[in-house]
Every structure is written in structure tokens, then in C-alpha cells.
Design a protein around this ligand. Structure first.
Ligand code: DGL
Length: 265
């Protein structure tokens, strides 16, 4: 690759920005196209067949239009379902985002891990296979959250979100004896890319301290390894933000930190 590589980052909405910011930090030399499929948001409310039928042809159009060198599917709800279809249909590398069950179970001391994802992600066969293969004797609690991704979008847009609304989604993650730090959940996997947007609220509202596992840094390392050596001396390349609804987003300067200081066109 002699020119600045183009990385296309795809999500149902704004959650993938939490992956984008790590990838941008790892690869400031790349050109970025961020695609939010907001016309179909939230993916967590769609059936498996609907998501496959939506994402596979849409990705074909995006590849034809933007000619990326690599695509990041920054969405667990999509990755746990469409990665194999995308790899079969298109010849460029795809990096997915799937629940970080293996590292979470490897580090849990109480052997109690919760996986907080969309309703779609927690019922996927892919997620169940990760638990079968990597739970390492841990008790894994799957928590399918119907509204947290939408709450995160609203919060990012500057709208007030009540503690009560967040707590309804969060509380089922905390299992075991609240009085006994050795016999209760100590690790929560953030299995939806929207949730790190609410991380400070989640930490404040949690009934006790836990480790929150966000796979974004690991995804960024994988992207960087696949792209190979960085291009030295290349000035920051550009960035583009696309909403499939064609809406005028009005997010303005709020987006800039996720793009490593770039102002996306
Ligand atoms: N950001 C997506 C994920 O990682 C999900 C949000 C949605 O339901 O569309 O799963």
C-alpha cells in the first residue's frame, strides 16, 4: 500500500464512533469513511434475516463507492451475523466487533461475568459458541438490552437521559451476593459499541465496582496489523461521515474528537 489507506467503519448508528476513535489513534495515516446505517437503526430490533438482507448488499454499494482497503464492522449485532457472508461476497479484509467473552472470563476473579449487548447479540449462536468455547468455567449472564443503544444516541446528541432509564437496562448485569465481593459479578463485557458512549454514567450507576471490557483497543491493533507498516511523514488524511438516511446530523464539533481532530465532510 503506497498511498494513505482508506478504512471504512460501519455501524447501525453512532456507536461505532467508539471503535473509530481507537482505530484513528492507532492509524492516523489513514483516510476514514464512517457510515451510520441510521435508516435501519436499531439493528437490535431486526430479525437475523432482515439484517443479512440489509447489510450484505449495502456493503457492496459502499465498497463500490468508497473503494476501502479494509472495513471495520463496528457493530456486534451485525458482526455476530454477517461477517461470514461479507467475507464470502467481497475480497477485502473485514474486521468485526464481537463480544469480548474470552478476555473477560480470563480475567474474572469471582468467575461471574455479564455480557451486556442488544437483544439480537445475546441470542446469536455466535455468542453462545463464544461462551461454550471460552467461558473457562465462569458463570456468564447474558443481558439483552432493548433500549440502551438508543439512549446512548440520545445522550450523544445532547439530550437528557434519566438514571432510571439506564438502571432498568443495567441492573440485570449485577448478580450474586451484593455483600460479598468474592461472590458477585466483577466483569461486564460491553457487547455493543454504543455502550462505551455511556461508560461514565454506567460506572456511576453500578451498584458495585466492576471491570468494564471494551474491545475497541484490540480491534484497533488488529486493523493496524492487517494494514501493515504505517506511512511515515504522511499528513493526517481526510474523513467523511455518511448517514444512510441522508439526514442533516447537526452533531458538528462533537464528532471531531472521534475522528482524531479531523472535521468530517
Ligand atoms: N452498535 C450496535 C452494536 O454494537 C448496536 C445498536 C443497534 O441495535 O443498532 O451491537
Amino acid at each position: 500500500m503506497t498511498n494513505s489507506p482508506t478504512i471504512l467503519v460501519f455501524d447501525s448508528g453512532l456507536g461505532g464512533l467508539t471503535v473509530l476513535r481507537e482505530v484513528v489513534a492507532a492509524r492516523p495515516d489513514a483516510h476514514y469513511v464512517y457510515v451510520a446505517d441510521d435508516a435501519f437503526f436499531p439493528y437490535g430490533h431486526h430479525s437475523e434475516d432482515e439484517i443479512i438482507a440489509r447489510v450484505v448488499p449495502l456493503m457492496g454499494e459502499l465498497i463500490r463507492t468508497h473503494d476501502p482497503d479494509l472495513v471495520v464492522i463496528a457493530c456486534n449485532t451485525a458482526s455476530t451475523l454477517v461477517l461470514s457472508h461479507l467475507r464470502a461476497a467481497y475480497s477485502l479484509p473485514f474486521v468485526g466487533t464481537v463480544p469480548a467473552i474470552k478476555p473477560a472470563c480470563a480475567q474474572s476473579k469471582t468467575r461471574r461475568v455479564s455480557v451486556l449487548g442488544t437483544k439480537g447479540t445475546v441470542k446469536r449462536e455466535y455468542t453462545k459458541a463464544l461462551i461454550r468455547d471460552f467461558a473457562q468455567g465462569c458463570e456468564v449472564t447474558l443481558v439483552g438490552s432493548p433500549e440502551l443503544a438508543s439512549l446512548a444516541e440520545r445522550a450523544l446528541g445532547g439530550n437528557p437521559i434519566s438514571d432510571g432509564d439506564i438502571l432498568v437496562e443495567l441492573t440485570p448485569c449485577f448478580v450474586g451476593n451484593p455483600q460479598d465481593a468474592g461472590a458477585r459479578t466483577d466483569t461486564v463485557v460491553l457487547a455493543c459499541t454504543h455502550y462505551p458512549l455511556l461508560l461514565e454514567r454506567l460506572k456511576t450507576l453500578a451498584p458495585w465496582r466492576v471491570d468494564w471490557i471494551d474491545p475497541a483497543p484490540a480491534i484497533a491493533r488488529r486493523v493496524s496489523d492487517l494494514l501493515g507498516t504505517r506511512i511515515g511523514g504522511v499528513a493526517q488524511s481526510g474523513a467523511k461521515m455518511i448517514f444512510t438516511s441522508n439526514r442533516v446530523h447537526g452533531l458538528g464539533a462533537m464528532l471531531t474528537p472521534f475522528f482524531g481532530g479531523r472535521v468530517p465532510a
